[in-house]
Design a protein around this ligand. Structure first.
Ligand SMILES: CSC[C@@H](O)[C@@H](O)C(=O)COP(=O)(O)O
Length: 378
């Protein structure tokens, strides 16, 4: 099975992926996104000049992943403000565009609060304050990424002092979801750079294939040894003893430690428990939501049925269906939750930029949150 790790190559010479940037051309400010629906076929940018365009990009997953959604939300508020649009309406639109990742609402509210706090200095100053808040969130996320990578690798080394980690990951949690190198993927990348990653198992992540299209793309770009598997091949992989640890990201972590992440994460947690493999969540403290008391209170986004009844990779259809190839008879109903919720008893550790929460490190959730300036404890 070790031969499966066949894709190791020299890291790409191209510049690092940049998922989002703010630009101010003469005809007005824009948010420029790397259109993730076009990967891995091509790196194409999507220029958003207003909030409705950003909302479309969020809903079609041209931009996605919890931390990046937060950054996008904050820049969206700044965009509306600098362009003189209705900022409160824009904030509402953005916040409601996807329900599960808490970072989106957090980013929107952060920029809106900065805008409102500067309102008495005039609209131009207020707009600049919203933009400064978005930039600060972007920078903070990049810093959080590298700190999570450090803490995550230290935790893996503590669990497996010999190194040679074989990590299984789900969905996409790399530079495409972050101002930096990501969350779970950043830990695997740190292990690779330290010479301690033996292999990265990449779940394809049905139905929209964030693993196959995006994580495999990032792994290849970084010269990592990775192997793609269908989601339902994970069971036999665990049974074969080929997984040392599961590393995933999170869209929302409730106060009781329940973790919402891409659908398919919960079955992995069950498998990991059965096979005595650590199930490790890597997420910034901005993803911990103490106002959501438990997993049952997390709103799970339900997406269009055609994402299941059609195959649309590498470019998921932009709403309405009909753009993919049908793989089910016409009229077939589909169950398509975008996320699932893993209960805390299946989670071995939560790695954040502030440290690692786990029985192994002895850090409790309250202590972890208290260390964080991002999260307020009510
Ligand atoms: C750091 S990314 C963590 C999660 O946002 C990620 O695992 C995920 O579930 C993304 O879902 P997506 O629907 O692609 O936005």
């Amino acid at each position: 099975m070790a031969d499966q790790y066949a894709h190791e190559a020299a890291p790409d010479e191209r510049p690092a992926l940049r998922a989002l940037r703010w630009e101010e051309p003469p005809d007005g400010p824009v948010v420029v996104l790397l259109d993730q629906t076009r990967l891995p076929a091509e790196e194409v940018e999507l220029v958003c000049a207003d909030v409705p365009a950003l909302v479309r990009a969020i809903q079609t997953l041209a931009v996605r992943g919890a931390p990046l959604l937060g950054i996008t939300g904050a820049y969206g508020v700044a965009l509306a403000a600098v362009r003189g649009h209705d900022v409160a309406a824009a904030a509402l639109l953005l916040e409601r565009s996807r329900p599960t990742a808490v970072n989106l609402a957090l980013g929107v509210r952060l920029a809106l609060a900065a805008y409102r706090a500067a309102a008495e200095q005039g609209t131009e100053q207020a707009a600049r304050a919203a933009l400064a808040a978005a930039r600060e969130l972007h920078r903070r996320d990049a810093r959080a990424s590298s700190r999570m990578a450090g803490h995550g690798l230290a935790f893996l080394d503590e669990l497996f002092p010999g190194g040679g980690h074989r990590i299984l990951t789900h969905c996409n949690t790399g530079a495409l979801v972050s101002g930096g190198e990501g969350t779970a993927f950043a830990v695997a990348l740190a292990a690779h750079r330290a010479g301690r990653l033996r292999g990265l198992w990449v779940d394809e992540t049905r139905p929209l294939l964030q693993g196959a299209r995006l994580t495999a793309y990032e792994a290849a770009r970084n010269g990592m040894p990775y192997t793609l598997l269908t989601d339902n091949a994970a069971g036999s992989l665990f049974a074969a003893g080929e997984v040392d640890a599961v590393l995933i990201g999170a869209d929302r972590i409730a106060a009781d430690g329940s973790v919402a992440n891409k659908v398919g994460s919960y079955p992995l947690a069950v498998l990991a428990k059965y096979h005595h493999v650590p199930f490790v969540v890597v997420a910034p403290t901005t993803t911990i939501d103490l106002d959501t008391l438990d997993g049952a209170a997390i709103v799970v986004e339900q997406r269009a049925e055609h994402e299941v009844t059609e195959v649309t990779a590498p470019r998921p259809s932009a709403g309405g269906g009909g753009a993919g190839v049908a793989v089910a008879p016409p009229g077939t109903r589909a169950y398509n939750p975008a996320f699932d919720v893993t209960p805390p008893e299946l989670v071995t550790a939560i790695v954040t930029e502030e440290g690692t929460l786990s029985p192994v490190t002895g850090v409790g959730v309250a202590e972890l949150c208290a260390r964080s300036r991002q999260v307020t404890i009510s």
